[in-house]
Design a binder for this molecule. Structure first.
Ligand SMILES: [Zn+2]
Length: 162
């Protein structure tokens, strides 16, 4: 079968041994913002943007496009952490609804924000294990393509010469 997604081979990108680390290692390193393969370079530049490739072992981390998976996992985990507590508090103390809202909504927001980055890092590790790399020719162009800002409206820009 040739329908398998193209797998990135770690041996090709570096002198490292061919096998990836075990899944738990991949997840833990990613969650700590370390390259899942080599534990060297960071996974993120900025808060959630994944580096194009590992600074140390050149694994193409930017081709692991997690999309909606990290927020999905985050909501799933935070919901399962908090909802039982909410039910328990309601059952035990029956606080007014405004107090529920005032406490749980900010708490959801804060915990989700704190967990999103490690969960996205771990997702990158999981996708590496699963071989879910976007083929190079399907990658979108890098966002800051022109380093200099374009002029607002060129008055008489003719057709490209050639
Ligand atoms: Zn690396």
């Amino acid at each position: 079968m040739d329908s398998q997604p193209k797998r990135w081979e770690p041996a090709r990108a570096s002198g490292a041994p061919a096998a990836l680390p075990p899944l738990t290692t991949l997840l833990a390193r990613g969650a700590r913002n370390r390259c899942p393969v080599c534990d060297g370079g960071p996974v993120f530049q900025g808060f959630l943007r994944v580096v194009p490739e590992c600074a140390q072992c050149h694994t193409p981390l930017g081709r692991l496009r997690a999309d909606d998976a990290p927020p999905y996992f985050t909501i799933f985990i935070v919901g399962h952490l908090l909802v039982p507590v909410i039910f328990w508090v309601e059952k035990a103390y029956e606080p007014p609804m405004w107090l529920h809202m005032a406490v749980w909504l900010p708490l959801f927001a804060v915990i989700s924000t704190l967990l999103l980055r490690p969960i996205k890092g771990a997702t990158v590790g999981l996708m590496l294990r699963l071989g879910l790399l976007t083929p190079e020719d399907e990658m979108p162009l890098p966002a800051p393509l022109p380093p200099a800002p374009l002029p607002a409206a060129p008055p008489h820009e003719g057709k490209p010469h050639g």
